[in-house]
Design a protein around this ligand. Structure first.
Ligand code: R2B
Length: 311
């Protein structure tokens, strides 16, 4: 401490606030974040990522790039007009990652395996960077159950297909269950940022079922295979709706479980693109979908701006 004071540092070096990480991490010299195309030998993580406070994740690279530019505007952060944001994960050829001040905007692909690989590497990145209390938010799309397309859904809980609040992983031949509870305070805080009389969209909160398949896993009739009937589909959707479920996605349990394990506060804000009570196919025109895409972003940007201005 004295040495740091003498060298002019105001504070001693911090440790990251992430908890419960692997004891093997300290032996990795370097640690290669293979799918992000980064490693601790060639990149100074505390210098590059030490200020990160918000990690926003969504399915596609293009959506996350658009969100990065929106956040830049919201936080009044300037980029040299001749330059564009750089995909920092380009060398990994898998995900796209943009950094705008304290905000990371990252694409996660589709499904739990894809988001779980990314979360392992992002959590290690923030740990190596000694980040303090980062908040993770998934900005996704989803199929709604009895809700209008265009509605914004905040997940209160992430459930598996059996309606249990767990993410199931097979480790060394055994089933391991991790809690997929989400941070209720953060979910309510996001909900409080909706302005019903001003927003041109509805924001609701409810339970999310996470499935491993888009078609049969979500009881669609329009997949290549289907061994059930329209009647049994309707009965299933009605029964989950009665239990407080409002939407389906394909990443929420892994997202909740991995962030929980590291003691990271996290939330999921999704755009409903179809009401599954009325159909399976996404019939809204592309112009409409790209306009609606901004809705969850509006809410998340309000939250980030509010938190950003606090410090
Ligand atoms: C929502 O949209 C994708 C499937 O089309 C998937 O990532 C999800 O959760």
């Amino acid at each position: 401490l004295v040495r740091h004071m003498k060298m002019g540092c105001k504070k001693p070096p911090k440790e990251s606030t992430l908890k419960g990480l692997s004891p093997c991490l300290k032996c990795l010299q370097p640690d290669v974040l293979y799918h992000l195309g980064m490693d601790t030998a060639t990149m100074d993580f505390p210098k590059v990522f030490g200020d990160v406070r918000f990690v926003c994740m969504g399915g596609t690279a293009e959506r996350m790039e658009r969100f990065a530019y929106k956040i830049m505007k919201e936080l009044s952060l300037k980029l040299n007009p001749a330059t564009t944001l750089r995909n920092m994960a380009e060398p990994g050829h898998r995900y796209a990652l943009y950094k705008v001040g304290p905000v990371l905007c990252v694409s996660h692909g589709m499904g739990c395996p894809s988001i779980s690989i990314l979360l392992h590497e992002l959590i290690k990145m923030l740990h190596h960077a000694k980040c303090q209390d980062p908040v993770f938010i998934r900005i996704g799309t989803c199929g709604g159950i009895g809700i209008e397309p265009g509605t914004v859904v905040i997940s209160s809980e992430a459930l598996d297909g059996m309606l249990n609040p767990y993410y199931e992983l097979i480790v060394q031949g055994k089933v391991v269950l991790y809690s997929s509870k989400l941070d209720q305070c953060l979910a309510n805080e996001l909900l409080s940022l909706a302005i019903p009389c001003e927003d041109e969209f509805c924001t609701i909160i409810g339970k999310t079922i996470c499935t491993n398949d888009f078609y049969e896993g979500q009881t669609r009739l329009d997949g290549a295979f289907c061994d059930y009937t329209n009647q049994s589909k309707t009965a299933y959707l009605q029964s989950v709706q009665c239990q407080g479920v409002v939407n389906f996605d394909m990443e929420s349990t892994a997202f909740a479980a991995l962030t929980n394990r590291a003691s990271i506060r996290s939330a999921i804000v999704s755009l409903c693109i179809v009401n599954r009570m009325e159909g399976d196919q996404i019939l809204s025109p592309p112009e409409c979908l790209s306009e609606w895409e901004k809705r969850p972003q509006v809410l998340v940007a309000r939250y980030i701006r509010k938190e950003f201005l606090k410090r």
